[in-house]
Design a protein around this ligand. Structure first.
Ligand code: SF4
Ligand code: SF4
Length: 179
């Protein structure tokens, strides 16, 4: 008797779900709108004068819980824009095979040099492609749409209770917009 009852319940559940609108879509013919904070890759940015924003401070490398960022500092040199001595990165790589997308590296960047990007559906077929070199990171600035956040905006969301800004407020508060 209980076996029959159980079977009827299972059939009723199956029937109820069979009549519901499917939650899946026919990818790639149909694509879902990505969430506002969706992010997939990385880019390094330049300032409005074309100078690299990255000062090679290593903060992103040190905070990364997966240890997938490697930054090689360059000797300090004069900025072509300001004439003042400042730090630069000589080399910068991110190994996406171990990245968990936590965005901590973006959050700690003091110059908003490092941002994440939103490109969807860009699979890779070899591991080497997933190690993103400095050249590729700077190329991504132009080639890929940036996610909404940068260090300034994410830090604005981490203010003490009552002062923290939501994503929209943080976005408006940021002095720099990620390009
Ligand atoms: S998003 Fe997180 S895991 Fe990925 S590189 Fe940045 S700090 Fe590391
Ligand atoms: S990307 Fe930002 S945090 Fe990382 S080394 Fe450059 S300036 Fe420092």
């Amino acid at each position: 008797m209980s076996y029959l009852l159980g079977t009827c319940r299972a059939l009723a559940t199956t029937l109820a779900n069979a009549l519901q609108k499917p939650t899946t879509v026919e990818f790639p013919f149909e694509r879902r709108t990505r969430a506002e904070r969706y992010r997939a890759g990385f880019a390094l940015l330049h300032d409005e004068h074309g100078d690299e924003l990255c000062i090679g401070c290593l903060a992103c490398e040190r905070i990364c819980p997966s240890r997938v960022i490697q930054v090689k500092q360059a000797p300090k040199r004069e900025s072509k824009v300001t004439g003042k001595k400042r730090g630069y990165a000589e080399d910068f790589t991110i190994d996406l095979t171990g990245c968990m997308g936590c965005e901590l590296c973006v959050q700690v960047c003091p110059t908003d040099a490092l941002v994440m990007t939103r490109e969807p559906e860009t699979p890779s077929f070899c591991r080497e492609d997933l190690v993103v070199t400095m050249d590729r990171l700077y190329a991504n600035e132009k080639n890929k749409p940036a996610a909404w956040a940068n260090g300034t905006k994410l830090m604005a969301m981490q203010e003490p209770a009552g002062q923290a800004k939501g994503p929209q407020e943080a976005k408006e508060a940021s002095p720099k917009e990620a390009s």
